[in-house]
Design a protein around this ligand. Structure first.
Ligand code: MG
Length: 321
């Protein structure tokens, strides 16, 4: 301690000036350091592709398809078309672990998967069948090592009561999934914007310009009746807009419920002028989330690769992503 003090005390004016000038050089050097090149910033972006969007252009030749996806700028995949341990919608299904091996060979990870049980109505009678389906599905997806498991569409929801029953079952599935270490969630398709009424016989949209008396939007019922600790939402921004919902308003109203996004547009991202992705992403990031997947629902257009390449370029250049 004494030694240190002595050394400080012995610092000469020349030493002091040397120290100050070295510090100044450091400041000048850092202020003269060029900004990182745009390409370096681009390389650090991480976003995913929902594979349905590539359609047959991916599945007809998986090794080359995966290489193309990676080269376009996508880092990770969300599966569609899982059934009994296999994946495939446009070509012969293959074993999920073989699928993963090929994706990884191209430098892609698999982080999410869309799975929908074949049951179209959830009742007390088929509840054990439903839960068994998810247990088997979870076993496969634990092996696949995904972060998310997402149900992409609703079962039958004709009334408020039926929708509440479905929400209760979603909580049970979410509990199973949480125990397996996978975050379980719902993806909103057009059906989520329909409305259900107490004692109703059919979900309804606008009826002669009016909402049915006492009805609530299915999306709202599910947000209120599912447990945030067990069920997340993958927010399909375009489906929301088509159902007259404002994605930013929902992201603000439920800041902890939307852990991931589905990002799509009428053509390539940002080209329609109808979806304000800048506002959507700013709110999503402000909520503390970052995961999203690009989607294109027109999987047989014949321009899949071209459109998804343009979408990736849009995201790479967007300063708000
Ligand atoms: Mg979607």
């Amino acid at each position: 301690m004494l030694q240190v003090f002595t050394n400080k005390a012995m610092m000469t004016r020349r030493d002091f000036l040397k120290t100050v000038s070295a510090a100044m050089m450091g400041v000048m050097a850092s202020s003269c350091t060029p900004e990182p090149k745009e390409s370096a910033a681009k390389a650090s972006k991480y976003f995913g592709l929902q594979i349905y969007g590539m359609g047959p252009e991916l599945e007809n030749d998986l090794p080359n398809g995966f290489r193309t996806v990676k080269e376009m700028g996508y880092s990770t995949l969300e599966l569609a078309g899982y059934r009994e341990g296999k994946v495939g919608m446009f070509a012969a299904p293959i074993d999920i672990m073989e699928y993963r091996r090929m994706a990884e060979e191209a430098g892609l990870t698999i982080s999410s998967s869309h799975v929908r049980p074949s049951l179209r109505a959830y009742t007390e009678d088929n509840k054990s069948e439903l839960l068994d389906f998810w247990k088997k599905t979870l076993d496969d997806h634990v092996k696949l090592d995904v972060k998310y498991l997402i149900q992409p569409a609703l079962p039958q929801c004709r009334s408020l009561e039926e929708t509440q029953h479905v929400a209760a079952l979603f909580n049970e599935v979410g509990q199973l999934s949480k125990a397996a270490g996978i975050e379980w969630g719902l993806h909103n398709d057009a059906g989520f914007c329909y409305r259900v009424a107490p004692g109703g016989e059919q979900s309804l949209y606008l009826l002669e310009g009016r909402y049915p008396e006492g009805s609530r939007q299915i999306m709202d019922v599910l947000l209120e009746e599912t447990d945030p600790a067990l069920v997340t939402f993958e927010y399909d921004c375009m489906a929301a807009v088509q159902g007259f919902n404002d994605p930013v308003e929902y992201l603000q109203r439920y800041p902890q419920r939307f852990h991931l996004l589905h990002v799509r547009d009428y053509a390539a991202l940002g080209q329609s002028g109808m979806l304000n992705y800048e506002r959507i992403f700013r709110q999503f990031h402000a909520n503390g989330y970052a995961d999203f997947y690009v989607e294109d629902e027109n999987a047989r257009s014949g321009h899949q690769t071209e459109r998804l390449r343009e979408s990736a370029a849009y995201l790479m250049n967007a300063e708000f992503v």
